[in-house]
Design a protein around this ligand. Structure first.
Ligand SMILES: [Fe+2]
Length: 313
């Protein structure tokens, strides 16, 4: 089934008669672009989904309206769109970046903003895309915006993005336990992270409410580990026993297995995937679900209403 048809099938029944589907197709196309960025880095499988889910739960916890929750859910998914303009040598470097490389990485919020420039839905996600590396103490980038001058959507995404980076495994370090990541956030409230939103995030995580997201790439789908590279294998809701999946780092081939209680796992076949098998592919069914969940919460027009406001949280 082609993607446009699939999105239409999910979305059309939810729309008021005569409203058309164009906006939702545009939204889905943005999410696919963001996904392809993620797919270039084998160690970021599920990052966008997790940041989006954390952002949704945090915005709900602090009492945002349905429209505002829906918008930050989408912003969370799109925040790293600008990494499309960063070279693989830097994006996939298996170690910490030097200062010249950091300068390059720091261009991604602006690149994302320029990519959005003429997009009809730009206003919806611009705050998350352009400002998710700003810090309340004014030491963030690209503009050094202080405190509440940072859009609220970006202040939420910044916390969720940092938490996910800390709790995810990278080629040169294992992801830290949730508690250790929360301690770091607690120590940087008011400097790196919005104090109020960060406090709520810590409460959320300390209550065990994020454990089903950490280390997962979709609801009920934990990341699976390649024997040589670590947790790089991304299964989807469509994965079934016998399917083949491939490590996006080494290309190693794995067969999907199921335990007697139905939990999916993987076993190495000892082969490598061919070029076709290793092509990055977006999980369009997951993207369609995100779009569906967002527009079920609120119509796109309502999501635009407070996209420009900064101080509602
Ligand atoms: Fe980023």
């Amino acid at each position: 089934m082609n993607f446009r048809h699939m999105i239409g099938r999910w979305i059309n029944p939810l729309l008021p008669p005569g409203s058309g589907t164009h906006g939702h197709e545009l939204l889905a196309s943005l999410l696919v672009m963001a996904w392809i960025v993620e797919a270039r880095d084998p160690y970021t499988g599920g990052h966008l989904w997790r940041v989006s889910r954390y952002a949704e739960l945090l915005a709900e916890k602090v009492g945002w309206s349905n429209a505002d929750v829906a918008r930050v859910t989408i912003g969370g998914f799109l925040h790293d769109l600008g990494k499309i303009g960063i070279s693989d040598a830097i994006l996939r470097k298996p170690g910490p970046l030097d200062s010249d490389e950091l300068d390059v990485i720091r261009t991604h919020p602006d690149i994302g903003g320029r990519l959005l420039a003429v997009h009809p839905l730009a206003a919806l996600v611009r705050p998350a895309v352009e400002s998710h590396h700003e810090r309340p103490d004014g030491r963030g980038y690209p503009h050094g915006l202080p405190g509440k001058e940072i859009p609220a959507d970006a202040r939420i995404v910044a916390i969720c993005d940092a938490f996910d980076a800390m709790t995810s495994t990278r080629p040169y370090r294992v992801g830290m336990p949730i508690k250790a990541a929360l301690d770091i956030i607690a120590g940087r409230l008011g400097t790196q992270f919005d104090a109020n939103l960060g406090g709520h995030f810590i409460e959320l995580a300390a209550g065990g409410l994020l454990e089903h997201i950490v280390g997962h790439s979709d609801d009920a789908i934990p990341l699976q580990a390649c024997v040589t590279c670590g947790p790089t294998l991304v299964l989807t809701w469509a994965s079934a026993p016998g399917n083949l999946v491939h490590c996006r780092s080494c290309g190693g081939e794995y067969r999907v297995t199921a335990s007697p209680d139905g939990m999916l796992g993987v076993e190495a076949t000892g082969r490598r995937g061919n070029a076709r098998a290793l092509e990055p592919a977006a999980d369009v069914a997951l993207i369609a679900r995100i779009v569906q969940a967002a527009v079920t919460r609120a119509p796109l027009s309502a999501m635009f209403e407070r996209a420009h406001e900064e101080s509602y949280a």
